[in-house]
Design a protein around this ligand. Structure first.
Ligand code: GUN
Length: 282
């Protein structure tokens, strides 16, 4: 059984980004990521701090725009448009979730597609569906990198994705389809879930439930990608997969922590670099 380490892979990706950032800077372009954070969701704060640290490490300029919980939708939209128009900003994301009084879709749709490093705008989602070049959402992009690093070619394989979110499940299913896997996208209303999972050569868990995937749901020799980051009452982090039992059955598995989460962060840097490179090439 192989543990696919996000730590080593993310470090390699970041090294590559760092080198290319230096090249861009030598040509007078300083890649810049703007992150808008509304309110004080504790998890969001942690994520945004992580993004800022990653940028600095790679030589990317990080601009975090913090707005109060009470920010009106119009004010937020104005800030998004200001960043759209600011030529020194190459990548722009609005940290989710947003406060309840704000229409999340309206805000995402306001982001300029060429700065949408999360790959959440309808333009980038549409491009992903039809197979055009686009910004791919960071978590599924990171999962695909992990499969590649483990030497797993999805072509001809059965893949099962658990969870149909716009951020992970749906784009993951599209990427695996593009890589010629036969994909089943499961969700909370799927019947006979364990039977479906047992068909999977590649099983991707993105349901947000601690240790949801147990050994009985896994085909011997399957490759298991665990997207979950759940905090237990003990304070410990755990994934959507019961690592202990599943690791004895899978041929390869990603750990939590130290797995997909690190790759999500690394892919945001890749997308930001790409946004800056594209803008420099114009
Ligand atoms: N909240 C949780 N994950 C993400 C993400 O990948 N991007 C944004 N913008 N918000 C998130």
């Amino acid at each position: 059984m192989t543990t696919i380490s996000g730590k080593e892979l993310a470090a390699r990706v970041k090294e590559r980004v760092k080198e290319q950032v230096a090249e861009l800077k030598a040509r007078g372009v300083v890649p810049c990521l703007a992150v808008i954070l509304v309110g004080d969701n504790p998890a969001s704060r942690v994520y945004v701090n992580g993004k800022e640290k990653d940028c600095i490490e790679c030589g990317i300029e990080s601009r975090v725009i913090r707005m109060p919980e009470t920010t009106a939708q119009d004010e937020l939209l104005r800030e998004v448009r200001r960043c759209n128009e600011d030529a020194s900003v190459h990548g722009l994301l609005v940290q989710l979730p947003l406060p309840e009084h704000i229409d999340e879709r309206a805000v995402i749709e306001a982001i300029a597609p060429e700065k949408d490093v999360d790959g959440f705008t309808p333009v980038n989602v549409g491009r992903l569906v039809v197979g055009e070049r686009c910004f791919v959402p960071c978590t599924p992009a990171g999962c695909m990198e992990m499969l590649r690093a483990a030497g797993v070619d999805p072509a001809g394989k059965r893949a099962v994705v658990l969870g149909r979110s716009n951020i992970v499940g749906k784009p993951m299913a599209l990427l695996l389809t593009a890589a010629n896997a036969t994909v089943t996208l499961c969700h909370s209303r799927t019947g006979n879930l364990a039977d479906v999972c047992r068909e999977a050569d590649i099983l991707v868990a993105a349901v947000g439930k601690p240790r949801f995937v147990t050994a009985e749901m896994v085909k011997p020799g399957a490759v298991v990608i665990d997207v979950g980051i759940n905090r237990l009452d003990t304070g410990k982090l755990c994934g959507d997969v019961d690592f202990e039992s599943v690791s004895s059955k899978a041929s390869a598995i990603t750990p939590v922590p130290g797995g997909v989460g690190l790759m999500t962060r690394a892919m945001l840097l890749v997308n930001t670099l790409e946004a800056a490179q594209r803008s420099a090439a114009k």
